[in-house]
Design a protein around this ligand. Structure first.
Ligand code: GRF
Length: 199
């Protein structure tokens, strides 16, 4: 299965997925990375891994539709079958959703539906709740709202700082995303499922 990883920042989830591929825990290839931010940490990571990275600046397009149409060109060229959002800080529009129906996954750093949006870890920490978590879901037209594929809870301890909480969340993400991608690929391949929503 040929994956495209979409990212806007550091890229630690990209690296964790790439490591899972190299260790054969995940049977897939990252065909390319799509990035919408200049100078993001993921550039060096993609370069080190020898994976092509394509940069798109939305400001240079007349509309989101044109921006997403431009992104589809390298995805077709690289024969991408599944899109993996990993810190892509943009709402996916109808152009990409229609080109890749039920073929876009996202990871979110909270136990959805609690704390959707850009600052899931900080929002949970500042709300003073006693647990948060990680969610992986199929992307739909909403914000962090598509069908959930996997979730893991994490208690927030009185000794936690925002930094320790972030580190724990990322630790879960790096383990859970590759496993969930593999499970989803297996479902897509065998279609041995009673959930008709992915067929
Ligand atoms: C992760 O916490 C992910 O859940 C969120 O953005 C962060 C990306 O981290 N959507 P990284 O760029 O993969 O290190």
């Amino acid at each position: 299965m040929r994956l495209a990883v979409f990212a806007s920042g550091n890229g630690s989830n990209f690296s964790a997925i790439q490591e899972a591929i190299l260790s054969k825990e995940l049977s897939a290839d990252i065909a390319c990375v799509i990035c919408d931010q200049k100078d993001a940490g993921i550039y060096q990571r993609a370069k080190d891994a020898g994976i092509p990275i394509y940069y798109f600046d939305i400001k240079t397009f007349s509309s989101k539709k044109e921006y997403e149409k431009a992104i589809i060109a390298p995805l077709d060229k690289e024969m991408v079958e599944l899109i993996i959002l990993a810190g892509y800080m943009r709402i996916v529009g109808s152009t990409l959703l229609e080109a890749f129906p039920k073929r876009i996954l996202n990871i979110h750093p909270s136990y959805l539906p609690a704390f959707p949006g850009k600052q899931g870890i900080r929002d949970a920490f500042e709300a003073g709740v006693d647990q948060t978590g990680v969610t992986i879901h199929i992307v739909d037209e909403g914000v962090d709202s598509g069908p959930i594929l996997a979730q893991e809870k994490l208690p927030i301890l009185s000794t936690d700082s925002l930094a320790t909480l972030e580190a724990k969340i990322h630790g879960i993400e790096h383990r859970l995303y590759s496993k969930t991608i593999q499970d989803y690929i297996n479902q897509l391949k065998t279609r041995r499922t009673y959930d008709t929503s992915i067929n």
